[in-house]
Design a protein around this ligand. Sequence first.
Ligand SMILES: [Zn+2]
Length: 344
Amino acid sequence: MRATIMYGAGDVRIETVPDARLIEPTDALITVSRACICGSDLWPYNLMEPAGTGRPMGHEAIGVVDAVGADVHTLKAGDVVVMPFAFSDGTCIFCHEGLQTSCVHGGFFGSEEVPGAQAEAVRVPQADGTLFVLPAGADDALMPSLLTLSDVMGTGHHAALAAKAGPSKTVAVVGDGAVGLCGVIAARRLGSERIVILGRHADRTVLARELGATDVVSERGEEAVERVRELTGGFGVHSILECVGTDQAMLTAIGIARPGGAVGRVGVPHYAAIPASEPAFYNNLTIGGGPAPVRAYIEELLPDILEGRIEPGRVFDRVVSLDEVPDGYRAMNERESIKVMVKP
Ligand SMILES: [Zn+2]
């Protein structure tokens, strides 16, 4: 089968690899109908040291179940399923607490042991706990929005929860990528009415407004902090969704927080220590967040997608074949595209 392998910064190749197959009795094998390129894939795309053995890429997918292992009981061949970016057994103490990204038998897609979903097929460990059967056909018109349940919509929702967004809360979203845009949807969905997006790309902030943002701040750094304070009577915002992962983004997030506010961070941190420790302390800020347990959120978010109340699929602005995936990485990296969907 063909799959996406990254060998180093800027070096993404489509290669013929051994077919995905069942290994453990708890595995399922799915044929990938849709996958994505993720903003987090751009970190290795920019920073990965050249490697002799490449890294199989992709952690978001919708697929059709092809085969299941002997210990898989809730899935059958032909089921259309969404695959969260982390696999989880669904039965351990952390899964019961709704924190599937800490599952004791869990892990992440996109490694040598558990290859990625930017491929024709993928082996899904802990299939009963991981996969969610969708009440939809593989070519449903809602497919783009359903696909976001594998990562970006669940991640935006997680950021909004960690930032304690809700009615009567003013919200700021740091970052105008797909997760930030889904964060706008999530904050709106939770009842926040004033939602400020911090972003510099006009195409993205226009979409952010359509999705529920009320204010756009295109300044950066200290100027962005001043601008948000101006917009909020000098006090800052209650809830900040940090959807980037740089120390500058976290510095801005803490800088625009109102005393007693909360920062929900979902951008994979590329810094060793959280900055601005003193203002965070003296303002009694809550800093929360982490990898989103998106599996826990599918049941809650799905009805809103099926009934058209939210349209997170609007973050996709390009569809590529598997052969075009390397150019999809380039387009996202150059901010020519917000988020790329892959149709193998
Ligand atoms: Zn578990």
